[in-house]
Design a protein around this ligand. Structure first.
Ligand code: SF4
Ligand code: SF4
Length: 171
């Protein structure tokens, strides 16, 4: 495994250069066995994610719409010592279907690049970029769309190309 790239500006530049390559890689992955891909991605994610400092990045906090559960509004309003109604009024938007999302992008709880409620952050924040989950192949679009934003995704994808010998795949 080569050295990881942490700098998001550098990653954005590389992402532009690799637009066509990544389109081909997307197509290539669709022809691979999904279980084998999951094994490779889980192994690479276990190695790479601990080496990336999310508190020095905050990319997802700056760009994603965060889903929130009703239980989380109760827990966090308690931590912030406001009522649940006040919490929802200030931070949450509710869809007609009753789905809750944070009402600001970047997230209101982001300060500089750090989460000010890090130990109490939402489940969705803890789970992003979801590379520990199964069905990488079925979630390719949603993952690769964040390749330029998330250093974890970027580095896992680049290592995956090496691991499954994408360059030598004769595309
Ligand atoms: S709650 Fe924290 S981790 Fe989640 S999006 Fe907001 S700043 Fe980021
Ligand atoms: S999950 Fe990705 S985008 Fe979010 S803070 Fe960590 S490295 Fe950055």
């Amino acid at each position: 495994m080569g050295p990881l790239i942490h700098d998001r500006e550098k990653i954005k530049e590389i992402a532009v250069e690799k637009l066509s390559e990544n389109d081909l890689f997307h197509e290539y992955l669709r022809r691979r066995d999904g279980d084998d891909l999951d094994k490779s991605v889980h192994r690479l994610n276990n190695i790479i994610a601990p080496q990336i400092d999310c508190t020095a990045c905050g990319g997802c906090c700056q760009q994603l719409m965060i889903n929130v559960t009703p239980e989380e509004t109760i827990t966090l309003s308690g931590k912030l010592e406001v009522s649940q109604a006040q919490f929802k009024e200030k931070y949450i938007e509710e869809s007609l279907q009753g789905k809750l999302v944070m009402n600001a992008i970047p997230c209101t709880f982001l300060s500089e690049k750090k989460c000010t409620i890090y130990t109490d952050r939402f489940k969705e924040c803890r789970e992003f970029p979801h590379l520990h989950k199964s069905n990488f192949k079925g979630r390719l679009f949603g993952i690769l769309i964040h390749y330029a934003m998330c250093p974890i995704i970027f580095n896992v994808v680049e290592e995956l190309k090496n691991e499954i010998e994408f360059v030598n795949a004769g595309i």
